[in-house]
Design a protein around this ligand. Structure first.
Ligand code: GLA
Length: 391
């Protein structure tokens, strides 16, 4: 990557490389913007950015993953503050640059080169990985509290990209830990590490359906949750978000809201409880219970929250028929992307073959399959040998 950087911008003694991982969420879906609980894992799949100071007052960003004509962009630093969203991949780094400027961090002239292994549109959070890696590259060694960095990257996505996301993806990209899932409390923004039992593995299967609907439907779900909170407040004035609501409270007022809104709220309330039960079961090594909770989560996303699709449902159902599988569910925003399956370690090889064959037979598409080994959160790359080759 250092050579590629030199080939593009000329050699520089000051190149540094920053890495930010994608994620898979084990359980706790569509709970983050309701200030509830999530349990993601940072992946080995990651975005890498090589950066060196520039000399001519410009910011240049090049992505190895774009077609040549679309790969390189440059800006005068003075103009960044007045840029509008362009509907382009550079909205992510530019959104981050603007948020840094808004809190008083100068953006210096710099050349950046992006390389990554997180598949786009697969629900494994390539956007957050790009945001966090961009923030680290712009900061280039200047310090910021990790939680502030997560919030800044979330603001970039909400304010500039225009996606009203929660904090999960940016947070896990920063706070990921080897061998652990991270239970995030999306209200306090604290977390605890949840060691993954070493007898199980998690595998993500990419339906190869790009979650195109996700943007508009996501906004719709956010609005439906807000409508549920408003209805709940008429009876329970202390409720500030669905995080504060019990199943009993919801049942008491569900006739005050449209049936769809009540189902959306039921998903969020039951999903928060499932995260806590999953973490408890994990601490006791109760693998079957963990698996069952994942399946319950999927059914709730499928029927109550309605963010699944035929391909994801098929992958879950097919997985559950394969030996050694303990549980399976869609992961991420939905409408395509990946499922995550929990299975006994020794079953992983057989699972890959069988799920791929079943999916190909049904949809005539070969799914991509990724092992979800929990990895460390974002930071500067210390050993350049660990940077993947360009693909
Ligand atoms: C997307 C968002 C996250 C979260 C998930 C659903 O990945 O970016 O904030 O809401 O969907 O759990």
């Amino acid at each position: 990557m250092i050579e590629a950087f030199a080939g593009l911008y000329g050699p520089s003694p000051d190149v540094r490389v920053f890495r930010a991982p994608g994620r898979v969420n084990l359980i706790g879906e569509h709970t983050d913007y309701n200030l509830g609980f999530v349990l993601p894992v940072a992946l080995e799949l990651a975005t890498y950015i090589a950066v060196a100071p520039g000399s001519d007052g410009k910011l240049r960003i090049c992505s190895e993953h774009r077609h040549e004509s679309d790969a390189m962009r440059e800006w005068d630093l003075a103009g960044i503050g007045s840029l509008q969203r362009a509907g382009h991949w550079t909205d992510y780094p530019i959104g981050v640059a603007r948020e840094l400027m808004a809190i008083g961090f100068a953006i210096h002239p710099a050349n950046l080169l992006i390389r990554g292994t997180v598949p786009e549109g697969a629900g494994l959070s390539s956007s957050a990985a790009l945001e966090v890696a961009s923030a680290l590259a712009f900061l280039n060694g200047r310090g910021m509290a990790p939680v502030d960095l997560a919030r800044l990257c979330q603001r970039a996505e909400r304010n500039f990209v225009g996606m009203p996301c929660g904090i999960m993806d940016q947070y896990i990209s920063i706070f990921g830990r080897e061998r652990c899932a991270v239970e995030i409390d999306c209200r306090s923004l604290g977390h605890r590490l949840v060691p993954i039992p070493d007898t199980v593995a998690f595998v993500a299967v990419n339906s190869m359906v790009k979650h195109a609907l996700a943007g508009s439907a996501y906004q719709e779900r956010v609005a439906e949750c807000a409508a549920a909170v408003t209805a709940l407040q008429s009876r329970f004035p202390l409720v500030l978000s669905l995080r504060d609501v019990s199943s009993e409270q919801l049942a008491e007022v569900s006739n005050l809201m449209p049936e769809t809104v009540a189902r959306r709220a039921r998903h969020v309330v039951t999903e928060n409880a499932r995260v806590n039960r999953f973490v408890d079961a994990s601490s006791r090594g109760e693998l079957e219970i963990m698996g069952r909770l994942m399946v319950e989560s999927h059914r709730s996303l499928q029927h109550d929250y309605e963010v699944s699709c035929a391909e994801l449902d098929f992958l879950v159902d097919a997985a559950l028929g394969i030996e050694g599988v303990l549980g399976s569910r869609m992961t991420g925003g939905g409408f395509g992307g990946c499922t995550v399956t929990m299975l006994r370690h020794e079953a992983a090889g057989g699972f890959r073959d069988r799920i791929a064959t079943a999916y190909e037979r049904q949809f005539k598409v070969t799914p991509k399959i990724y092992s979800c080994t929990p990895s460390a959160g974002a930071g500067e790359v210390q050993d350049i040998e660990t940077i993947p080759a360009a693909n």
